[in-house]
Design a protein around this ligand. Structure first.
Ligand code: ATP
Length: 313
């Protein structure tokens, strides 16, 4: 691992980044973003929001129109080789020679970064990814899940301290997705900084330390996952009534309350940061109004609810 390392300085630092594609389409609009050393950062955004464009610029595959990016302190344009050497990229598509063996493909990737051969490192990577037994197998003979592991092994072959995973679990089954999550957590435990893009909110909810939301080429929010859920999360209290109501009683008109179409359910929504005082008041009022309920359920909003609210605002 390179010796450059100041825990205060971000691993990736993006400043005033813009991308206008040749046809004139502005895919990124003044992006500013810091990724901290050793975190798992999830970049969430709907289709076409600019996630792949942003990653491709940081990894030197696409040129920015303006702005700067530092990777581990190296400018990605002026100091491209040093910057790129700190980064591993696992792209969305599998792009590797099917006829090669796992060992050869992963060793060759390391060579592309001008690094001297290091069989001990390749062995460690293959063992960490449960690929050691397959090292002499041709890639075409592997299952889809194993092929994805090979892509990750290739990305880690040159000992990058930053790993980008573009939609790491798109189209993989639930079991493999869980395996991937465990693997990514293991990488972070070894000190790798991880940036992943995902459509699966569940994935961000499960793994990310921080979440960035990108919409129409703009970062609209960056927040710790826990803080995001506390800040924007809502709680819901659902009361199943004994007798249906035809409308919400006037006494409750000021409350954030809704009545279901069949009149059998009252749904009360409140901020997750708020105390239970509102709920206690509501239940007292219902008692005074003689409205009986046979069941009461509470539910907290998921990251998905929050995300849908953000991108469709
Ligand atoms: N080479 C290109 N030329 C012109 N426009 C492009 C090019 N590449 C991407 N775009 C446009 O830029 C926008 C952002 O694309 P990008 O692939 O970065 O989005 P994304 O967030 O990764 O989407 P997805 O989740 O679908 O992969 C899209 O509207 C896309 O059509």
């Amino acid at each position: 691992m390179p010796t450059w390392g100041n825990s205060v300085q971000p691993d990736i630092s993006v400043r005033n980044l813009n991308k206008v594609y040749a046809g004139g389409f502005q895919a990124l609009n003044n992006i500013n973003l810091d990724i901290r050393r050793g975190e798992i950062f999830a970049l969430l955004g709907p289709n076409g929001a600019g996630k792949t464009t942003l990653i491709s610029i940081i990894c030197g595959i696409v040129n920015a129109s303006s702005g700067t990016v530092l990777a581990a302190g190296h400018d990605i344009v002026r100091d491209y080789r040093a910057a790129r050497a700190t980064i591993g990229l696992v792209p969305q598509e599998l792009n590797t020679d099917a006829f090669e063996t796992v060992w050869d493909a992963v060793s060759f990737s390391r060579g592309l970064f001008g690094k001297a051969a290091n069989p001990a490192h390749i062995e460690k990577v293959l063992k960490d990814l449960s690929l050691w037994d397959k090292r002499n197998n041709r890639i075409m003979s592997l299952s889809g899940g194993m092929k994805r592991r090979v892509m990750i092994a290739k990305a880690l072959s040159h000992e990058p301290r930053i790993l980008f995973l573009d939609e790491p679990t798109a189209g993989v089954d639930v079991e493999l997705r869980r395996d991937m999550w465990d693997m990514v957590r293991g990488l972070r435990a070894n000190g790798v900084t991880i940036i992943l893009t995902t459509h699966y909110i569940e994935e961000a909810e499960e793994m990310a330390d921080r979440i960035g939301v990108i919409r129409q080429g703009e970062i609209i929010l960056v927040e710790g996952k826990e803080q995001l859920m506390a800040k924007l999360g809502k709680k819901e209290l659902r009361l199943l009534l004994q007798q249906p109501l035809s409308n919400i009683p006037n006494e409750l008109a000021e409350e954030p309350i809704e009545l279901s179409d069949d009149g059998f359910e009252l749904v009360y929504t409140f901020d997750s940061q708020q105390t239970q005082a509102g709920v206690a008041r509501l239940l007292r009022q219902l008692g005074e109004l003689g409205i009986d309920y046979r069941d009461l359920q509470t539910r907290e909003s998921s990251l998905e609810d929050i995300f849908v609210g953000l991108v469709h605002e």
